[in-house]
Design a protein around this ligand. Sequence first.
Ligand code: ARG
Length: 400
Amino acid sequence: MAKRVVLAYSGGLDTSVAVRWMIDELGVEVVCLAVDVGQASDDWDVVKERARAAGAVEAIVVDAREEFAEEFVAPALKANAMYEGRYPLVSALSRPVIVKHLVETARYHGADAVAHGCTGKGNDQVRFEVSTRALAPDLEVIAPVRGWGMTREESILYAYDHQIPIVATKEKVYSIDDNLWGRAIECGEMEDPWAVPPQGVWLLTKPTETEPRDVVIGFEQGTPVSIDGERLGMLEVIERLNAVFGSYGWGRIDMVENRRVGIKSREVYECPAALALIMAHQDLESICLERDLDREKARIEPRYAELIYDGLWFSPLKQALDAFVDSSQEFVTGEVRIRLEPGTATVTGRRSPHSLYDYGLATYDAEDSFRHEDSAGFVRLWGLGIETWAARQGADRIKD
Ligand code: ARG
């Protein structure tokens, strides 16, 4: 049995109740760890106080925003990672960095277990537990919320009975998870996939700007390094693009996705910076990547996204795919211009010192350097097999 546990603490109802519950029911000491990955509105002093009030022997906050941006988001961006073609993996990407800190904290404080506040129906439990087993197979993983069988009302009562200062109302309708890569909103009326998401759920994508504007994003080897010529770190790029693209009411996703545990769930996201960066990066690749490399990369991208979604960030296939993706990014340097208008964002230009776009080859003007006479023989050979097939077998099948 574990004696000391490090809990991934958010300051919300479930993890606050989990502190007291583990102390009382499992007889453990609880160290609370909150990992700052760019959540919107957390006052970390309040979070720490709440952890202590719930009974934690220690309450720690780590600022992991830069690490998250540079070591987790940046590789995913190089791979244009979007689960089921649409979701830029907001929550899925944050779990491995949180687990990394959980494990480090467990080592530092001599804990023999880690804990999380996930339910049994979601993906996040998978990510927490599989990542922990990859990094620290000797640590026990405790999932109190999955096992305690309390309803939301019972949890609130439990908190009151134990003087845990939570801010929860009986009718908390949404389950929200956010970080600098975006915001995920579930539950409430949106559990009906036909229901329009209520206006009140949007926070990052409230339209306030009406004047069209251009934004130029600069990349070096697949990583964003500037906005409108101003050099910025990855974290600043993301923060600024969230603000700018969000202010045009752009960056929303409304989808039904397949969870790892077999459930289809209606998910609503707002990820202005993530969608802007992936759109720009993908566009820049169109001039920087040779055709076969581009196509093969596009083929593995969905698999890469799936690995992250499924909790396999720390896995040999993910590592091998990273090596491929990294190698593909050598020449992905340049700029992409995006035009913002209320509700829309459109790429209107791209340029790169390594561009494979050759004006002489592409133009129909006088500077045309393409050898037109080469085409006749090429096309003849290209069609030779089809011509033979049509003559011997296919003729009557394609006539009508
Ligand atoms: N469906 C998304 C995912 O699996 C978002 C999960 C959000 N988590 C939450 N606790 N609300 O990555």
